[in-house]
Design a protein around this ligand. Structure first.
Ligand SMILES: NC(=O)c1ccc[n+]([C@@H]2O[C@H](COP(=O)([O-])OP(=O)(O)OC[C@H]3O[C@@H](n4cnc5c(N)ncnc54)[C@H](O)[C@@H]3O)[C@@H](O)[C@H]2O)c1
Length: 385
């Protein structure tokens, strides 16, 4: 393993406790692109989430990146959270790093395809957030059978058992991948609106689109549990770590390559754009979707409305590593050119705006990585550059 390059002003310190040290710290910054009208948006979010005090919330996939941050927020709001997760999405200690077992939630290590387990958990639940999925585009392409099992069959079990329960509302985590490359022939980065035609380009995107439709079809009736669908754009931020063979999650990938003193690989030259939305903002949006009345039966983008190219992200990372350089690789199959979120619905229906801008978010991530050396997976450190 090559020696980590020096990062100005930050010394590695493995004692850093995460995520509990960040739970009470949702910083604001002049570089943030937040457009919230509230003086203290975090206090406003807490006020709205007070409705969840003592509510029983099941979070499938709660042991993963988004799920662990969401679980932290829900526990802070006083909800009784049960996490259902297979805890095997990462080859090493990433689930330990995410720390869902240290948040006060009940952790059930099992599969969403296990109907009896899902039935037992949902039997006592008021709300469900369904995050469990094979959440990696490249892994779904390599193993479509696994994508089918977790993303379709597992979702079917969760939806059927929700429909048969007294759950008030289920929130389903979909993805901006359902937009594919957007409108054919359009020039430049595109704004993706919830109502435009959907053109999934990958097995992953197709599985999410199917699950969106199925959520509406199975939970759309009167008198039963409500539903809301969120289309997350590109989620990033500590404690995200990459998965082997994945080309998603560029902030983590590029930061780790730079940290290892390796060139930052820009697939397809890094011209793809992404709407990078911080995981803490995504957690807040997801929790609010449980309680916001206007979200019943609605589908809403969770993004910032700001396009950032992969090349620009590399530039933001490089600002922290004076010796960093880039190389170009091939653009992977199923990797969309990308776009950014239309945000009018998330503002009007969800009454949510993101708070952490990409410059601030990348800086936070690079600093967290420097302070948390164990976040660097050994499979990555030991692999060829
Ligand atoms: N991270 C992103 O950029 C992004 C973007 C759009 C949508 N999403 C969606 O958001 C959700 C959360 O993503 P994430 O980034 O936290 O991914 P993640 O891989 O960190 O978390 C997903 C969790 O689901 C669990 N899981 C997978 N299959 C399971 C099964 N059959 N039974 C039980 N648990 C299972 C995994 O163990 C993992 O902990 C996923 O549905 C993902 O598709 C993520």
């Amino acid at each position: 393993m090559s020696e980590a390059p020096h990062l100005v002003g930050v010394e590695p310190d493995d004692r850093t406790a995460f995520p509990s040290d960040l739970l009470s710290d949702f910083p604001s910054d002049p570089l943030s692109h937040s457009r919230s009208a509230h003086a203290d948006p975090r206090a406003e979010t807490d006020r709205r989430l007070a409705e969840l005090r003592d509510a029983r919330v099941v979070v499938t996939g709660g042991g993963g990146l988004v799920g662990s941050r969401l679980t932290a927020l829900l526990c802070r709001a006083g909800a009784a959270v049960t996490v259902l997760d297979r805890m095997d999405a990462y080859p090493e200690a990433a689930h330990t790093l995410f720390g869902v077992d240290r948040l006060g939630a009940d952790l059930v290590v099992d599969d969403v395809c296990e109907r009896d387990v899902v039935r037992r958990l949902l039997g006592g639940a008021d709300y469900v957030v369904h995050l469990a999925a094979c959440a990696d585009v490249a892994a779904c392409t390599r193993r479509p059978g696994e994508a089918f099992r977790s993303n379709l069959q597992g979702t079917q079990v969760v939806l059927e058992e929700t429909a048969a329960s007294r759950v008030r509302r289920l929130v389903f985590a979909s993805s901006a991948a359902v937009y594919g490359d957007g409108r054919p022939g359009a020039e430049g980065p595109q704004e993706f609106h919830e109502d435009q035609p959907l053109r999934p380009l990958s097995v992953y995107a197709n599985s999410k689109l199917w699950a969106e439709h199925q959520t509406r079809l199975l939970l759309g009736g009167p008198g039963g549990p409500e539903h809301a669908v969120l289309r997350y754009f590109s989620v990033y931020g500590a404690p995200q770590v990459p998965k082997p063979g994945s080309h998603s999650w560029m902030v983590a990938w590029l930061s780790m390559q730079a940290r290892l003193g390796r060139p930052m690989r820009l697939n397809g030259g890094g011209v793809q754009v992404r709407d990078l939305v911080h995981v803490d903002d995504v957690a807040a949006a997801t929790a609010l979707a449980l309680v916001e009345e206007r979200m019943a039966g609605r589908t809403v983008n969770v993004g910032t409305g700001t396009p950032t190219s992969v090349r620009e992200v590399a530039g933001l990372v490089a600002a922290h590593f004076p010796e960093a350089r880039c190389i170009t690789g091939d653009r992977p199959e199923g990797d969309p050119l990308g776009g950014y979120a239309a945000t009018d619905r998330s503002r009007e229906l969800l009454r949510w705006t993101p708070r952490i801008g990409v410059r601030e978010g990348v800086t936070q991530y690079v600093r967290w990585l420097a302070a948390t050396p164990r976040a660097l997976p050994s499979w990555l450190a030991e692999s060829a550059a």
